[in-house]
Design a protein around this ligand. Structure first.
Ligand code: 5BU
Length: 264
């Protein structure tokens, strides 16, 4: 199926090249799954990507939780992700002023050189998006920022009013790929989608085929419901990487997410 057909208005309204790239990859793979690869060894990560690579569209990393991290091994991981045609998404949750966030795209991890997408809070104001975009530009790379408009964890401090303000600023900003929405509460996602409109993406953590409470305040909603409510990408971590057969389970998430998109 053509991306324009599957994604409809989201495709025709997309401004950022990264948005279309994601929609194309999702169509090729028939999967709206972003794997949250929260394993803390390089070998564990490589095994996981090797197993589930065919069933996912994006790879979400936390570069700073790996015990045996090295630039050489990380480059291998990025190459493997590229072989599987995955977007690489560093969930760094930048929050500082623009120039420092820009500098933090460098450093040892050099996130600007391999990430396609990063997350940011808008707590410090709109210049954070320009800071992150200019870090990619200096490396002649394209990227997209996902702003946290909601979170999946219980008791978080992202109030309705705050969320509305994030959306208001974010929809106007070319460097913004979209927003993080809370996958554990479909009704919150619906409200978010109404506010966001049809142009920007909503990516959602806090989804699992086993709905309910997770560890340390994490909450899970149903991935099918999340997509129907307006999510464009389901971010799944332990549901896949802790499963006995990650490939089989990743395939299930892919099928559920694709079916939901087509029905939407
Ligand atoms: P889980 O194992 O599916 O619970 O992993 C969820 C991942 O999504 C994990 O990497 C979190 O850092 C990430 N996440 C989240 O769970 N909730 C949020 O609101 C945001 C990110 Br933003």
């Amino acid at each position: 199926m053509q991306a324009s057909e599957a994604w409809g208005e989201r495709w025709s309204n997309a401004v950022l090249p990264m948005a279309r790239r994601y929609m194309e990859v999702a169509c090729e793979k028939q999967s709206l799954v972003c794997l949250a690869a929260d394993r803390n060894t390089m070998a564990g990560l490589m095994d996981l990507i090797g197993e589930v690579g065919p069933y996912i569209a994006a790879l979400k990393t936390h570069v700073d939780l790996v015990d045996d991290w090295s630039l050489e091994k990380w480059t291998e991981l990025c190459n493997l992700a590229q072989e599987h045609n995955l977007l690489i998404f560093e969930d760094r949750k930048f929050a500082d002023i623009g120039k420092i966030s820009k500098a933090q795209m460098g450093g040892i991890y050099d996130i600007r050189s391999w990430s396609d997408i990063v997350t940011a809070h808008l707590i410090s104001g709109p210049d954070i998006v320009d800071g992150l975009q200019s870090a990619w530009q200096e490396k002649d790379r394209e990227g997209g920022v996902l702003l946290l408009a909601q979170m999946s964890s219980r008791g978080n401090l992202l109030t309705e009013e705050y969320s509305e303000n994030v959306v208001q600023v974010g929809v106007q900003s070319d460097g913004v790929l979209g927003f993080i929405g809370n996958g554990s509460r479909p009704e919150e996602l619906k409200t978010l989608r109404m506010r966001v409109g049809e142009q920007k993406m909503i990516w959602t953590p806090g989804v699992n085929l086993n709905v309910g409470d997770g560890e340390m305040g994490q909450r899970y909603g149903d991935p099918y419901e999340a997509v129907l409510a307006g999510s464009d990408c389901i971010i799944v971590g332990s549901g896949i990487h802790r499963a006995d057969n990650p490939a089989e389970v990743a395939k299930q998430y892919a099928q559920v997410s694709w079916k939901a998109l087509i029905n939407r």
